[in-house]
Design a protein around this ligand. Structure first.
Ligand SMILES: Cc1cc2nc3c(=O)[nH]c(=O)nc-3n(C[C@H](O)[C@H](O)[C@H](O)COP(=O)(O)OP(=O)(O)OC[C@H]3O[C@@H](n4cnc5c(N)ncnc54)[C@H](O)[C@@H]3O)c2cc1C
Ligand SMILES: *[C@@H]1O[C@H](CO)[C@@H](O)[C@H](O)[C@H]1NC(C)=O
Ligand SMILES: *[C@@H]1O[C@H](CO)[C@@H](O)[C@H](O)[C@H]1NC(C)=O
Length: 509
Protein backbone atom coordinates (compact mmCIF):
# COMPACT_ATOMS: atom_id res chain seq x y z
CA UNK A 1 0.00 0.00 0.00
CA UNK A 2 1.41 3.35 -0.89
CA UNK A 3 1.38 5.54 2.18
CA UNK A 4 3.47 8.69 2.58
CA UNK A 5 7.09 8.00 3.37
CA UNK A 6 8.40 7.89 6.93
CA UNK A 7 10.91 10.40 8.34
CA UNK A 8 14.46 11.60 8.54
CA UNK A 9 15.39 9.14 11.22
CA UNK A 10 17.03 6.97 8.60
CA UNK A 11 19.62 9.57 7.77
CA UNK A 12 20.25 10.32 11.39
CA UNK A 13 20.73 6.72 12.33
CA UNK A 14 22.68 5.82 9.26
CA UNK A 15 25.22 8.43 10.26
CA UNK A 16 25.59 6.54 13.49
CA UNK A 17 26.71 3.41 11.67
CA UNK A 18 29.88 4.88 10.42
CA UNK A 19 31.20 6.10 13.74
CA UNK A 20 32.46 2.67 14.79
CA UNK A 21 32.48 3.54 18.48
CA UNK A 22 32.23 -0.10 19.36
CA UNK A 23 35.83 -0.75 18.52
CA UNK A 24 36.91 1.39 21.47
CA UNK A 25 35.21 -1.02 23.80
CA UNK A 26 36.88 -4.18 22.54
CA UNK A 27 37.97 -6.96 24.89
CA UNK A 28 40.92 -6.61 27.22
CA UNK A 29 43.83 -8.37 25.53
CA UNK A 30 44.82 -10.43 28.54
CA UNK A 31 41.71 -12.59 28.66
CA UNK A 32 41.72 -15.75 26.64
CA UNK A 33 39.53 -15.65 23.56
CA UNK A 34 37.23 -18.53 22.65
CA UNK A 35 38.78 -20.81 20.05
CA UNK A 36 35.74 -22.33 18.41
CA UNK A 37 32.16 -21.19 18.03
CA UNK A 38 29.29 -23.15 16.45
CA UNK A 39 26.23 -21.58 14.85
CA UNK A 40 23.28 -23.89 14.17
CA UNK A 41 21.35 -22.80 11.06
CA UNK A 42 22.28 -20.63 8.08
CA UNK A 43 19.20 -18.48 7.68
CA UNK A 44 19.50 -14.73 8.06
CA UNK A 45 19.72 -15.20 11.85
CA UNK A 46 22.61 -17.70 11.78
CA UNK A 47 24.60 -15.95 9.07
CA UNK A 48 24.16 -12.54 10.73
CA UNK A 49 25.27 -14.17 14.00
CA UNK A 50 28.42 -15.45 12.29
CA UNK A 51 29.04 -11.94 10.97
CA UNK A 52 28.63 -10.26 14.36
CA UNK A 53 30.50 -12.99 16.25
CA UNK A 54 33.47 -12.39 13.95
CA UNK A 55 33.15 -8.67 14.65
CA UNK A 56 33.09 -9.23 18.43
CA UNK A 57 35.67 -12.00 18.82
CA UNK A 58 38.17 -11.06 16.12
CA UNK A 59 39.92 -12.95 13.34
CA UNK A 60 41.41 -15.86 15.34
CA UNK A 61 38.28 -17.69 16.45
CA UNK A 62 37.05 -20.54 14.24
CA UNK A 63 33.36 -20.23 13.44
CA UNK A 64 31.46 -23.25 12.07
CA UNK A 65 27.93 -22.83 10.70
CA UNK A 66 25.82 -26.00 10.50
CA UNK A 67 23.13 -26.17 7.84
CA UNK A 68 21.57 -29.32 6.34
CA UNK A 69 19.44 -27.44 3.79
CA UNK A 70 20.17 -24.43 1.68
CA UNK A 71 21.75 -21.26 2.97
CA UNK A 72 18.95 -18.73 3.50
CA UNK A 73 16.42 -20.89 5.36
CA UNK A 74 13.12 -19.07 5.16
CA UNK A 75 14.62 -16.76 2.56
CA UNK A 76 14.34 -18.86 -0.56
CA UNK A 77 13.59 -18.62 -4.26
CA UNK A 78 12.14 -20.95 -6.87
CA UNK A 79 12.64 -20.90 -10.59
CA UNK A 80 9.59 -20.52 -12.80
CA UNK A 81 10.23 -20.24 -16.51
CA UNK A 82 13.42 -18.25 -16.94
CA UNK A 83 13.31 -16.35 -13.67
CA UNK A 84 13.68 -16.81 -9.92
CA UNK A 85 10.98 -15.66 -7.49
CA UNK A 86 10.88 -15.23 -3.71
CA UNK A 87 8.75 -17.86 -1.93
CA UNK A 88 9.57 -16.93 1.68
CA UNK A 89 10.55 -13.66 3.34
CA UNK A 90 10.03 -11.04 0.65
CA UNK A 91 10.06 -7.40 1.68
CA UNK A 92 12.23 -5.25 3.92
CA UNK A 93 11.25 -1.99 5.61
CA UNK A 94 13.28 1.11 4.75
CA UNK A 95 14.16 1.55 8.45
CA UNK A 96 15.48 -2.01 8.85
CA UNK A 97 18.98 -0.71 9.39
CA UNK A 98 20.81 -4.00 9.87
CA UNK A 99 19.50 -5.39 6.58
CA UNK A 100 20.43 -2.11 4.94
CA UNK A 101 23.90 -2.23 6.46
CA UNK A 102 24.41 -5.81 5.23
CA UNK A 103 23.63 -5.06 1.58
CA UNK A 104 25.83 -1.98 1.69
CA UNK A 105 28.70 -3.89 3.27
CA UNK A 106 28.31 -6.75 0.79
CA UNK A 107 27.88 -4.46 -2.19
CA UNK A 108 24.55 -5.97 -3.26
CA UNK A 109 22.11 -3.47 -4.78
CA UNK A 110 18.44 -3.35 -3.89
CA UNK A 111 16.05 -4.74 -6.45
CA UNK A 112 14.60 -2.26 -8.92
CA UNK A 113 11.21 -0.94 -7.95
CA UNK A 114 8.06 -1.59 -9.95
CA UNK A 115 4.77 0.21 -9.38
CA UNK A 116 2.08 -1.72 -7.51
CA UNK A 117 -1.59 -1.34 -6.81
CA UNK A 118 -3.52 -2.86 -3.95
CA UNK A 119 -7.09 -4.10 -3.57
CA UNK A 120 -9.01 -5.87 -0.82
CA UNK A 121 -11.11 -8.97 -1.51
CA UNK A 122 -13.81 -10.25 0.84
CA UNK A 123 -14.27 -13.67 -0.74
CA UNK A 124 -16.92 -12.38 -3.13
CA UNK A 125 -15.74 -9.08 -4.52
CA UNK A 126 -13.15 -6.35 -4.29
CA UNK A 127 -14.31 -4.08 -1.48
CA UNK A 128 -11.50 -1.59 -1.92
CA UNK A 129 -9.34 -0.78 -4.88
CA UNK A 130 -6.46 1.62 -4.75
CA UNK A 131 -6.51 4.40 -7.31
CA UNK A 132 -3.49 5.55 -9.27
CA UNK A 133 -4.05 8.93 -7.72
CA UNK A 134 -2.73 9.44 -4.22
CA UNK A 135 -5.23 12.17 -3.39
CA UNK A 136 -8.18 9.99 -4.37
CA UNK A 137 -6.96 7.26 -2.04
CA UNK A 138 -6.66 9.74 0.80
CA UNK A 139 -10.15 11.13 0.21
CA UNK A 140 -11.73 7.68 -0.05
CA UNK A 141 -10.12 6.51 3.15
CA UNK A 142 -11.06 9.71 4.93
CA UNK A 143 -14.62 9.31 3.75
CA UNK A 144 -14.86 5.74 4.97
CA UNK A 145 -12.70 5.68 8.05
CA UNK A 146 -12.32 9.28 9.15
CA UNK A 147 -8.95 9.91 10.73
CA UNK A 148 -8.35 6.24 11.60
CA UNK A 149 -5.89 5.95 8.77
CA UNK A 150 -3.80 8.94 9.67
CA UNK A 151 -3.89 7.95 13.32
CA UNK A 152 -2.70 4.48 12.44
CA UNK A 153 0.33 5.89 10.68
CA UNK A 154 1.10 8.09 13.64
CA UNK A 155 0.67 5.21 16.06
CA UNK A 156 2.95 2.92 14.04
CA UNK A 157 5.48 5.70 13.69
CA UNK A 158 5.57 6.28 17.44
CA UNK A 159 6.29 2.59 17.97
CA UNK A 160 8.90 2.61 15.25
CA UNK A 161 10.57 5.58 16.92
CA UNK A 162 11.07 3.56 20.09
CA UNK A 163 12.02 0.47 18.14
CA UNK A 164 14.85 2.40 16.48
CA UNK A 165 16.53 2.86 19.88
CA UNK A 166 17.87 -0.69 19.66
CA UNK A 167 20.33 0.41 16.97
CA UNK A 168 21.89 2.97 19.22
CA UNK A 169 22.14 0.53 22.14
CA UNK A 170 23.78 -2.06 19.95
CA UNK A 171 26.13 0.49 18.44
CA UNK A 172 27.33 1.21 21.97
CA UNK A 173 27.67 -2.50 22.65
CA UNK A 174 24.74 -3.06 24.99
CA UNK A 175 23.00 -6.44 25.06
CA UNK A 176 20.03 -8.08 26.75
CA UNK A 177 19.56 -11.47 28.34
CA UNK A 178 15.90 -11.93 27.40
CA UNK A 179 13.37 -10.78 24.84
CA UNK A 180 11.48 -9.01 27.61
CA UNK A 181 14.56 -7.03 28.66
CA UNK A 182 15.27 -6.09 25.08
CA UNK A 183 11.69 -4.94 24.50
CA UNK A 184 11.66 -3.06 27.77
CA UNK A 185 14.83 -1.19 26.84
CA UNK A 186 13.21 -0.07 23.59
CA UNK A 187 9.72 0.86 24.71
CA UNK A 188 9.38 0.36 28.47
CA UNK A 189 6.34 -1.32 30.02
CA UNK A 190 4.37 -0.16 27.05
CA UNK A 191 6.17 -2.64 24.77
CA UNK A 192 5.71 -5.47 27.27
CA UNK A 193 2.00 -4.80 27.26
CA UNK A 194 2.02 -4.75 23.48
CA UNK A 195 3.38 -8.30 23.20
CA UNK A 196 0.97 -9.49 25.84
CA UNK A 197 -2.20 -8.12 24.23
CA UNK A 198 -3.88 -8.71 20.93
CA UNK A 199 -3.47 -6.11 18.22
CA UNK A 200 -7.24 -5.74 18.23
CA UNK A 201 -7.39 -5.02 21.98
CA UNK A 202 -4.53 -2.58 21.64
CA UNK A 203 -6.10 -0.68 18.77
CA UNK A 204 -9.55 -0.57 20.33
CA UNK A 205 -7.96 0.86 23.46
CA UNK A 206 -6.25 3.45 21.27
CA UNK A 207 -9.64 4.48 19.90
CA UNK A 208 -9.56 2.86 16.46
CA UNK A 209 -12.91 1.73 15.08
CA UNK A 210 -13.82 -1.93 14.75
CA UNK A 211 -14.82 -1.38 11.12
CA UNK A 212 -11.38 0.01 10.33
CA UNK A 213 -9.73 -2.89 12.13
CA UNK A 214 -11.78 -5.44 10.18
CA UNK A 215 -11.56 -3.74 6.78
CA UNK A 216 -7.98 -2.49 6.74
CA UNK A 217 -5.93 -3.90 9.60
CA UNK A 218 -6.99 -7.55 9.30
CA UNK A 219 -6.05 -7.80 5.59
CA UNK A 220 -2.58 -6.51 6.50
CA UNK A 221 -2.01 -9.01 9.33
CA UNK A 222 -3.33 -11.76 7.06
CA UNK A 223 -0.93 -11.04 4.22
CA UNK A 224 2.07 -10.60 6.52
CA UNK A 225 1.49 -13.25 9.19
CA UNK A 226 -1.35 -15.41 7.84
CA UNK A 227 -3.25 -14.64 11.04
CA UNK A 228 -6.03 -12.44 12.34
CA UNK A 229 -5.91 -9.21 14.36
CA UNK A 230 -5.62 -11.41 17.45
CA UNK A 231 -1.84 -11.64 16.97
CA UNK A 232 0.11 -9.67 19.58
CA UNK A 233 0.18 -5.88 19.33
CA UNK A 234 3.93 -5.74 18.77
CA UNK A 235 4.03 -8.09 15.79
CA UNK A 236 0.85 -6.31 14.69
CA UNK A 237 2.69 -2.99 14.62
CA UNK A 238 5.56 -4.63 12.71
CA UNK A 239 2.96 -5.90 10.28
CA UNK A 240 1.39 -2.46 9.84
CA UNK A 241 4.83 -0.94 9.30
CA UNK A 242 5.04 -3.47 6.47
CA UNK A 243 2.31 -1.48 4.75
CA UNK A 244 4.53 1.62 4.60
CA UNK A 245 5.94 2.87 1.37
CA UNK A 246 9.55 2.37 0.42
CA UNK A 247 9.63 -1.38 1.06
CA UNK A 248 12.52 -3.01 -0.71
CA UNK A 249 14.06 -6.37 -1.54
CA UNK A 250 17.51 -7.59 -2.50
CA UNK A 251 18.46 -7.77 -6.16
CA UNK A 252 18.90 -11.40 -7.11
CA UNK A 253 17.05 -12.67 -4.02
CA UNK A 254 17.09 -11.89 -0.30
CA UNK A 255 18.97 -15.10 0.45
CA UNK A 256 22.05 -13.59 -1.19
CA UNK A 257 22.54 -11.63 2.00
CA UNK A 258 22.93 -14.90 3.91
CA UNK A 259 25.60 -16.37 1.64
CA UNK A 260 27.30 -12.96 1.56
CA UNK A 261 27.42 -12.72 5.36
CA UNK A 262 28.70 -16.27 5.61
CA UNK A 263 31.52 -15.53 3.19
CA UNK A 264 32.32 -12.20 4.79
CA UNK A 265 32.48 -13.73 8.27
CA UNK A 266 35.07 -16.27 7.09
CA UNK A 267 33.19 -19.05 8.79
CA UNK A 268 33.06 -22.61 7.62
CA UNK A 269 29.78 -24.01 6.36
CA UNK A 270 29.22 -27.58 7.50
CA UNK A 271 26.53 -29.29 5.49
CA UNK A 272 24.98 -31.23 8.33
CA UNK A 273 22.07 -31.38 10.73
CA UNK A 274 22.85 -30.93 14.41
CA UNK A 275 21.25 -33.74 16.39
CA UNK A 276 22.40 -33.09 19.94
CA UNK A 277 24.39 -30.74 22.12
CA UNK A 278 25.89 -31.84 25.43
CA UNK A 279 28.31 -30.41 27.98
CA UNK A 280 31.77 -31.97 28.19
CA UNK A 281 34.50 -31.25 30.72
CA UNK A 282 38.13 -31.41 29.60
CA UNK A 283 41.33 -30.68 31.48
CA UNK A 284 42.73 -27.33 30.41
CA UNK A 285 46.27 -26.06 29.94
CA UNK A 286 46.37 -24.47 33.37
CA UNK A 287 45.51 -27.69 35.09
CA UNK A 288 41.87 -27.00 35.94
CA UNK A 289 38.96 -28.26 33.90
CA UNK A 290 37.20 -26.32 31.20
CA UNK A 291 33.78 -27.12 29.84
CA UNK A 292 32.89 -27.35 26.20
CA UNK A 293 29.82 -28.09 24.17
CA UNK A 294 29.90 -31.24 22.16
CA UNK A 295 27.90 -30.74 18.99
CA UNK A 296 26.79 -33.97 17.33
CA UNK A 297 25.72 -33.83 13.74
CA UNK A 298 24.74 -35.92 10.75
CA UNK A 299 25.75 -34.95 7.25
CA UNK A 300 25.98 -36.62 3.89
CA UNK A 301 29.31 -38.14 4.81
CA UNK A 302 27.91 -39.58 8.02
CA UNK A 303 27.87 -38.59 11.66
CA UNK A 304 30.42 -36.45 13.43
CA UNK A 305 31.00 -34.40 16.54
CA UNK A 306 33.14 -31.49 17.61
CA UNK A 307 33.79 -29.39 20.71
CA UNK A 308 32.98 -25.69 20.94
CA UNK A 309 33.42 -22.94 23.51
CA UNK A 310 30.22 -21.18 22.50
CA UNK A 311 27.13 -22.35 20.57
CA UNK A 312 24.42 -20.19 19.02
CA UNK A 313 21.20 -21.91 17.99
CA UNK A 314 19.70 -19.98 15.10
CA UNK A 315 16.71 -22.09 14.21
CA UNK A 316 13.33 -22.34 15.92
CA UNK A 317 13.18 -25.14 18.51
CA UNK A 318 9.57 -26.02 17.94
CA UNK A 319 7.38 -28.97 17.09
CA UNK A 320 10.47 -31.13 16.98
CA UNK A 321 11.32 -29.51 13.66
CA UNK A 322 14.93 -28.83 14.44
CA UNK A 323 15.13 -31.96 16.59
CA UNK A 324 18.06 -31.05 18.75
CA UNK A 325 18.45 -33.07 21.94
CA UNK A 326 20.24 -31.74 25.03
CA UNK A 327 21.36 -34.90 26.86
CA UNK A 328 22.60 -34.35 30.39
CA UNK A 329 21.07 -30.94 30.95
CA UNK A 330 17.76 -29.23 30.41
CA UNK A 331 17.73 -25.79 28.88
CA UNK A 332 15.04 -23.57 30.38
CA UNK A 333 12.55 -24.28 27.60
CA UNK A 334 9.40 -25.32 29.41
CA UNK A 335 7.87 -28.43 27.89
CA UNK A 336 4.81 -26.47 26.80
CA UNK A 337 7.12 -24.19 24.89
CA UNK A 338 8.09 -23.06 22.35
CA UNK A 339 4.54 -23.35 21.10
CA UNK A 340 3.32 -23.85 17.58
CA UNK A 341 4.41 -22.36 14.33
CA UNK A 342 1.78 -21.26 11.88
CA UNK A 343 1.60 -22.85 8.46
CA UNK A 344 1.54 -20.58 5.43
CA UNK A 345 1.55 -22.25 2.06
CA UNK A 346 3.16 -20.18 -0.69
CA UNK A 347 1.85 -21.24 -4.08
CA UNK A 348 3.52 -19.73 -7.12
CA UNK A 349 1.55 -20.10 -10.31
CA UNK A 350 2.32 -19.06 -13.82
CA UNK A 351 -0.98 -18.46 -15.52
CA UNK A 352 -3.80 -16.17 -16.51
CA UNK A 353 -5.84 -14.85 -13.61
CA UNK A 354 -9.61 -15.38 -13.61
CA UNK A 355 -10.62 -11.82 -12.71
CA UNK A 356 -14.25 -12.95 -12.24
CA UNK A 357 -13.02 -15.07 -9.33
CA UNK A 358 -12.37 -11.73 -7.63
CA UNK A 359 -15.88 -10.58 -8.55
CA UNK A 360 -14.41 -8.03 -10.92
CA UNK A 361 -16.38 -7.09 -14.00
CA UNK A 362 -13.41 -5.27 -15.49
CA UNK A 363 -11.93 -6.88 -18.60
CA UNK A 364 -8.68 -8.62 -17.71
CA UNK A 365 -6.75 -6.32 -20.03
CA UNK A 366 -7.79 -3.35 -17.86
CA UNK A 367 -7.23 -5.08 -14.54
CA UNK A 368 -4.13 -3.48 -13.07
CA UNK A 369 -4.26 -4.52 -9.42
CA UNK A 370 -1.06 -6.28 -8.37
CA UNK A 371 -1.64 -7.04 -4.69
CA UNK A 372 -4.90 -8.46 -3.44
CA UNK A 373 -5.32 -8.64 0.32
CA UNK A 374 -8.28 -10.38 1.93
CA UNK A 375 -10.62 -9.77 4.83
CA UNK A 376 -11.12 -12.26 7.64
CA UNK A 377 -14.37 -13.69 6.25
CA UNK A 378 -15.60 -17.24 5.86
CA UNK A 379 -15.57 -17.21 2.06
CA UNK A 380 -11.87 -16.46 1.87
CA UNK A 381 -9.71 -19.50 1.51
CA UNK A 382 -6.66 -17.48 0.61
CA UNK A 383 -4.73 -14.90 2.62
CA UNK A 384 -3.44 -12.95 -0.35
CA UNK A 385 -2.79 -13.06 -4.06
CA UNK A 386 -0.10 -10.99 -5.70
CA UNK A 387 1.44 -10.57 -9.05
CA UNK A 388 5.09 -11.38 -8.61
CA UNK A 389 8.15 -9.74 -10.12
CA UNK A 390 11.32 -11.79 -10.54
CA UNK A 391 14.12 -11.31 -8.00
CA UNK A 392 16.09 -9.55 -10.70
CA UNK A 393 14.22 -7.03 -12.81
CA UNK A 394 15.59 -6.99 -16.35
CA UNK A 395 15.91 -3.68 -18.22
CA UNK A 396 12.70 -2.60 -19.87
CA UNK A 397 10.68 -4.96 -17.68
CA UNK A 398 6.95 -4.35 -17.48
CA UNK A 399 4.60 -6.46 -15.47
CA UNK A 400 2.23 -8.24 -17.89
CA UNK A 401 -1.45 -7.26 -17.82
CA UNK A 402 -3.82 -9.71 -16.15
CA UNK A 403 -5.02 -10.81 -19.59
CA UNK A 404 -1.57 -12.28 -20.19
CA UNK A 405 0.21 -15.11 -18.48
CA UNK A 406 1.96 -13.87 -15.36
CA UNK A 407 3.50 -15.27 -12.19
CA UNK A 408 1.21 -15.01 -9.15
CA UNK A 409 1.85 -15.83 -5.52
CA UNK A 410 -0.96 -17.10 -3.35
CA UNK A 411 -0.65 -17.39 0.44
CA UNK A 412 -3.11 -19.78 2.05
CA UNK A 413 -3.31 -21.70 5.31
CA UNK A 414 -3.78 -25.01 3.46
CA UNK A 415 -2.43 -26.27 0.15
CA UNK A 416 -4.70 -25.24 -2.73
CA UNK A 417 -6.51 -28.10 -4.46
CA UNK A 418 -6.36 -28.48 -8.26
CA UNK A 419 -10.04 -27.41 -8.38
CA UNK A 420 -9.31 -24.23 -6.42
CA UNK A 421 -6.42 -23.39 -8.72
CA UNK A 422 -8.66 -24.02 -11.72
CA UNK A 423 -11.27 -21.54 -10.55
CA UNK A 424 -8.67 -18.87 -9.78
CA UNK A 425 -6.76 -19.18 -13.03
CA UNK A 426 -8.15 -19.50 -16.56
CA UNK A 427 -5.07 -21.43 -17.49
CA UNK A 428 -1.96 -22.23 -15.58
CA UNK A 429 1.25 -24.18 -15.62
CA UNK A 430 4.40 -24.19 -13.54
CA UNK A 431 2.86 -24.50 -10.07
CA UNK A 432 5.26 -24.52 -7.13
CA UNK A 433 4.00 -25.07 -3.60
CA UNK A 434 6.04 -24.39 -0.44
CA UNK A 435 4.34 -25.26 2.85
CA UNK A 436 6.22 -23.09 5.33
CA UNK A 437 6.06 -23.40 9.06
CA UNK A 438 6.39 -19.71 8.67
CA UNK A 439 6.25 -17.81 11.98
CA UNK A 440 4.87 -18.42 15.45
CA UNK A 441 1.13 -18.80 15.90
CA UNK A 442 0.71 -15.68 18.03
CA UNK A 443 -1.82 -16.14 20.82
CA UNK A 444 -1.48 -13.50 23.51
CA UNK A 445 -1.62 -13.19 26.48
CA UNK A 446 1.67 -14.93 26.73
CA UNK A 447 3.55 -17.10 29.01
CA UNK A 448 7.13 -15.92 29.11
CA UNK A 449 9.04 -16.01 25.85
CA UNK A 450 11.94 -18.47 25.66
CA UNK A 451 15.26 -17.05 26.94
CA UNK A 452 18.28 -16.04 24.83
CA UNK A 453 20.50 -17.96 27.25
CA UNK A 454 19.82 -21.70 27.28
CA UNK A 455 22.93 -22.58 29.26
CA UNK A 456 26.18 -20.88 30.27
CA UNK A 457 27.49 -20.27 26.75
CA UNK A 458 24.64 -21.72 24.72
CA UNK A 459 22.41 -19.09 23.11
CA UNK A 460 19.02 -19.16 21.38
CA UNK A 461 18.57 -16.53 18.71
CA UNK A 462 15.05 -17.38 17.56
CA UNK A 463 13.51 -16.63 20.95
CA UNK A 464 12.95 -13.19 19.45
CA UNK A 465 10.36 -14.52 17.00
CA UNK A 466 7.84 -14.69 19.84
CA UNK A 467 7.82 -10.91 19.90
CA UNK A 468 7.81 -10.69 16.10
CA UNK A 469 9.24 -12.73 13.26
CA UNK A 470 10.97 -10.82 10.48
CA UNK A 471 14.38 -10.74 8.82
CA UNK A 472 15.36 -7.64 10.76
CA UNK A 473 14.23 -9.17 14.07
CA UNK A 474 16.57 -12.12 13.44
CA UNK A 475 19.37 -9.68 12.56
CA UNK A 476 18.78 -7.65 15.73
CA UNK A 477 18.75 -10.84 17.76
CA UNK A 478 21.94 -12.01 16.03
CA UNK A 479 23.78 -8.88 17.06
CA UNK A 480 22.34 -9.07 20.56
CA UNK A 481 23.42 -12.68 20.98
CA UNK A 482 26.92 -11.95 19.64
CA UNK A 483 27.30 -9.06 22.10
CA UNK A 484 25.86 -11.12 24.93
CA UNK A 485 28.22 -14.02 24.19
CA UNK A 486 31.15 -11.62 24.11
CA UNK A 487 30.30 -9.78 27.33
CA UNK A 488 29.56 -12.97 29.23
CA UNK A 489 32.79 -14.54 28.04
CA UNK A 490 34.77 -11.50 29.19
CA UNK A 491 32.61 -10.90 32.25
CA UNK A 492 31.59 -7.40 31.28
CA UNK A 493 28.37 -7.26 33.25
CA UNK A 494 28.09 -3.51 32.73
CA UNK A 495 27.08 -4.09 29.12
CA UNK A 496 24.22 -6.48 29.89
CA UNK A 497 20.64 -5.62 30.87
CA UNK A 498 21.32 -1.99 31.70
CA UNK A 499 18.30 0.08 32.70
CA UNK A 500 17.46 3.54 31.41
CA UNK A 501 19.78 3.33 28.43
CA UNK A 502 17.62 5.71 26.50
CA UNK A 503 18.09 8.49 29.04
CA UNK A 504 21.74 7.66 29.60
CA UNK A 505 22.63 7.67 25.92
CA UNK A 506 20.55 10.70 25.04
CA UNK A 507 23.51 13.05 25.15
CA UNK A 508 25.66 10.67 23.12
CA UNK A 509 24.21 11.28 19.68
C1 LIG B 1 6.06 -17.08 3.57
C2 LIG B 1 6.86 -16.15 4.44
C3 LIG B 1 6.84 -14.79 4.20
C4 LIG B 1 7.60 -13.92 4.98
N1 LIG B 1 7.64 -12.60 4.67
C5 LIG B 1 8.53 -11.79 5.29
C6 LIG B 1 8.75 -10.48 4.83
O1 LIG B 1 8.16 -10.04 3.83
N2 LIG B 1 9.64 -9.70 5.52
C7 LIG B 1 10.34 -10.17 6.60
O2 LIG B 1 11.14 -9.43 7.16
N3 LIG B 1 10.15 -11.43 7.04
C8 LIG B 1 9.27 -12.25 6.40
N4 LIG B 1 9.12 -13.54 6.83
C9 LIG B 1 9.82 -13.99 8.05
C10 LIG B 1 11.30 -14.23 7.78
O3 LIG B 1 11.45 -14.99 6.62
C11 LIG B 1 11.90 -14.97 8.96
O4 LIG B 1 11.63 -14.27 10.16
C12 LIG B 1 13.43 -15.10 8.86
O5 LIG B 1 13.81 -15.49 7.56
C13 LIG B 1 13.91 -16.10 9.89
O6 LIG B 1 15.30 -16.30 9.72
P1 LIG B 1 16.10 -17.26 10.71
O7 LIG B 1 17.48 -17.32 10.19
O8 LIG B 1 15.91 -16.79 12.08
O9 LIG B 1 15.40 -18.68 10.58
P2 LIG B 1 15.40 -19.68 9.32
O10 LIG B 1 15.44 -18.91 8.06
O11 LIG B 1 14.28 -20.62 9.53
O12 LIG B 1 16.80 -20.44 9.42
C14 LIG B 1 16.99 -21.56 10.24
C15 LIG B 1 17.92 -22.53 9.51
O13 LIG B 1 18.29 -23.56 10.41
C16 LIG B 1 18.36 -24.77 9.71
N5 LIG B 1 18.20 -25.88 10.68
C17 LIG B 1 17.06 -26.36 11.22
N6 LIG B 1 17.33 -27.37 12.05
C18 LIG B 1 18.67 -27.53 12.06
C19 LIG B 1 19.55 -28.43 12.73
N7 LIG B 1 19.09 -29.35 13.58
N8 LIG B 1 20.89 -28.32 12.49
C20 LIG B 1 21.37 -27.37 11.64
N9 LIG B 1 20.56 -26.49 10.98
C21 LIG B 1 19.23 -26.59 11.19
C22 LIG B 1 17.21 -24.69 8.72
O14 LIG B 1 17.44 -25.57 7.62
C23 LIG B 1 17.25 -23.22 8.32
O15 LIG B 1 18.01 -23.00 7.16
C24 LIG B 1 8.36 -14.43 6.06
C25 LIG B 1 8.38 -15.81 6.30
C26 LIG B 1 7.66 -16.67 5.49
C27 LIG B 1 7.75 -18.14 5.74
C1 LIG C 1 -13.91 -17.79 -13.01
O1 LIG C 1 -14.50 -17.44 -11.76
C2 LIG C 1 -15.91 -17.43 -11.79
C3 LIG C 1 -16.40 -16.88 -10.46
O2 LIG C 1 -15.85 -17.61 -9.36
C4 LIG C 1 -16.43 -18.84 -12.06
O3 LIG C 1 -17.85 -18.84 -12.12
C5 LIG C 1 -15.86 -19.33 -13.39
O4 LIG C 1 -16.20 -20.68 -13.59
C6 LIG C 1 -14.33 -19.21 -13.37
N1 LIG C 1 -13.81 -19.50 -14.69
C7 LIG C 1 -13.19 -20.64 -14.95
C8 LIG C 1 -12.72 -20.80 -16.36
O5 LIG C 1 -12.98 -21.50 -14.12
C1 LIG D 1 0.48 -11.13 30.41
O1 LIG D 1 -0.89 -11.16 30.74
C2 LIG D 1 -1.23 -12.18 31.64
C3 LIG D 1 -2.75 -12.22 31.78
O2 LIG D 1 -3.37 -11.12 31.23
C4 LIG D 1 -0.54 -11.90 32.97
O3 LIG D 1 -0.84 -12.92 33.90
C5 LIG D 1 0.97 -11.88 32.72
O4 LIG D 1 1.64 -11.52 33.90
C6 LIG D 1 1.32 -10.87 31.65
N1 LIG D 1 2.73 -11.00 31.33
C7 LIG D 1 3.51 -9.93 31.14
C8 LIG D 1 4.92 -10.23 30.78
O5 LIG D 1 3.12 -8.78 31.24
Amino acid sequence: MALPAVSLRTLLLLGLWQTGRRSLASAPELLEQPKKIAVVGAGIGGTAAAFYLRQEFGPAVKIDVFEPGSVGGRLATVKIGDHEYETGGAVIHPLNLHMKHFVEKLGIPPRKDTPSKMAIFDGKELVYEESDWFIINVLRLLWRYGFNFLRMQMWVESILDKFMRIYQYQQFGYSFSSVERLLHAMGGDNFLTLVNQTLEETMIAQGFSQVFINDIVAPITRVNYGQSVRINGFVGAVSLAGADSGLWAVDGGNKRVCSGLLYHSKSELINARVTSISVKARPSKRGNTASFYEVNYVGESGAGHALYDIVVIATPLHQGKSDIAFPGFSPPLPSHYPGLYHQTVATLVQGRLNVSYLGSAEPASQFSVSDILTTDSKGCLIHSLSSLDPVHIPDGYRRPAASHSNVWKVFSPKPLTPEQLKSMFLSHHGVSQTPWLAYPAYRPPHRRTPPFILHNRLYYLNAVEWAASAMEMSAISARNVALLAHHRWHEQAGKIDQEDLHTRLRGEL
